[in-house]
Design a protein around this ligand. Structure first.
Ligand SMILES: Cc1cc2nc3c(=O)[nH]c(=O)nc-3n(C[C@H](O)[C@H](O)[C@H](O)COP(=O)(O)OP(=O)(O)OC[C@H]3O[C@@H](n4cnc5c(N)ncnc54)[C@H](O)[C@@H]3O)c2cc1C
Length: 381
């Protein structure tokens, strides 16, 4: 693998850097987990989209620049290095969009993707249920056939930012009597403000109100909002989860920028005699660089036609555990100040604790690594 970027890559990097320098808000936006912050981040998505920086790897017809995965990684490095805001459109961009690229119709892509890219329609993921998390196939929410579409009923939970989002995508049981639980599921998109939808916020450790559960009572969804064939929802959902979560949910750019900030923190708060803490700061930079190289290698294999495969689980375990260690190091450097004040680091630490849970728990990822990458015997379930 050639580890040097081409002149075209470097020109792209320079263009992105110049645009970000001119546009990134000088002060951080309020948290996107609040109503005010959600609106501010939606406006930022529109600003990005106006100059086609919102979804650089997508085809131009949907608002992208058709530049591919490697330039997307470069863009992300510049994005986080510039201190640009977190992406409130992320569920749509990293989960629903790839699903539509793989399984949607032309009509769905043309209708759904441009307003997703501009932040006009922000999406929530409605997969989990109170009794269906890791074992997603045990979900019970139903889709019942009606004239021209389906009626959705049931309960979805742990839906990130659903309190303020516009629409959601999720899996519903459309055939109740199949021999296996992952059969007879249908993948649909629905409006969070449709009649029959109740959105109820779930309290979070940090008190922010955007996390929610959804109650659905005969919510009508037209046939045009079913992705893939009715009854084939599991296949549609798994292609999204397997492919994209390992590569695009958390780009290395985010961690390289955080490791740089940690080094700055060491310069202002570090004690040169505390070699143990100094080593943890060094480990944070080594981890960020290792993750960057692994991700470039992973992306290159994908671009050469190899499936992403179970290696995606290595990414997921790595970034989620790395994120916690990085934030713990920052809080130890800050001392009592880090515990008492509501800083980026304390907020980031609380959020990092959820990393080993969402996007598929790390226990499940380790099972995949053990069985499918290492060929170890199946564990007891
Ligand atoms: C911050 C946050 C945001 C989230 N956002 C969303 C969202 O936007 N949309 C959405 O649909 N969901 C979302 N989720 C839900 C998330 O996907 C689930 O929490 C996750 O899938 C785990 O499911 P569970 O909570 O039901 O735990 P369970 O599945 O009940 O697991 C409990 C524990 O048992 C372990 N376990 C279970 N089965 C096995 C097994 N076979 N082998 C080994 N260990 C096992 C798990 O790893 C875990 O440690 C979010 C969760 C969090 C914390």
């Amino acid at each position: 693998m050639d580890l040097d970027h081409s002149p075209a890559d470097e020109a792209f990097r320079a263009e992105a850097r110049a645009w970000l320098a001119a546009h990134v808000p000088p002060a951080p936006l309020p948290s996107l987990e609040t109503e005010e912050g959600f609106a501010a981040h939606r406006a930022w998505e529109a600003e990005l989209a106006a100059d086609r920086w919102s979804v650089v790897s997508w085809p131009a017809e949907y608002g992208g620049r058709s530049v591919g995965l490697l330039k997307w990684l470069i863009f992300e490095e510049e994005y986080y290095a510039a201190g640009a805001p977190g992406r409130v459109s992320q569920n749509g961009i990293s989960l629903l969009a790839p699903t539509l690229f793989d399984h949607g119709t032309e009509e769905q892509r043309a209708r759904i993707l441009p307003p997703m890219a501009s932040g006009e329609v922000i999406w929530a993921q409605a997969w989990s249920e109170p009794e269906a998390g890791s074992d997603l196939a045990s979900l019970r929410s139903r889709a019942v056939r009606t004239d021209g579409g389906w009626l959705l009923s049931g309960q979805k939970t742990w839906s990130s930012r659903a309190a303020f989002a516009d629409r959601a995508f999720g899996l519903f049981r459309s055939e109740p009597d199949t021999p296996k639980p992952h059969q007879g599921l249908t993948y649909v998109m629905f409006d969070l403000r449709a009649p029959g939808v109740t959105v109820r916020p779930i309290g979070r450790l940090d008190g922010k109100p955007a996390f929610a559960e959804l109650f659905l009572d005969e919510v009508f969804v037209p046939d045009e909002d079913v992705i893939g064939e009715p009854g084939q929802g599991w296949r549609v959902a798994m292609s999204t989860a397997g492919n994209e979560r390992g590569l695009t949910l958390r780009s290395p750019g985010r961690f390289l920028a955080a490791a740089d900030r940690l080094i700055d923190l060491w310069h202002t708060h570090g004690d040169s005699t505390d070699t143990a803490l100094r080593d943890r700061v060094a480990d944070a930079m080594i981890g960020a660089r290792a993750y960057q190289l692994f991700t470039y290698a992973h992306a290159s294999r994908f671009l050469q036609g190899e499936p992403l495969g179970p290696e995606s689980s290595l990414n997921k375990v790595f970034w989620s555990e790395y994120d916690i260690a990085l934030h713990e190091t920052a809080l130890d450097l800050l001392g009592p100040e880090g515990e008492l004040a509501d800083t980026d680091w304390s907020e980031g630490y609380v959020f990092s604790l959820a990393g080993p849970v969402y996007a598929g728990t790390n226990e499940i990822q380790r099972d995949i690594i053990a069985e499918r990458l290492l060929g170890l015997p199946k564990g007891r379930r």
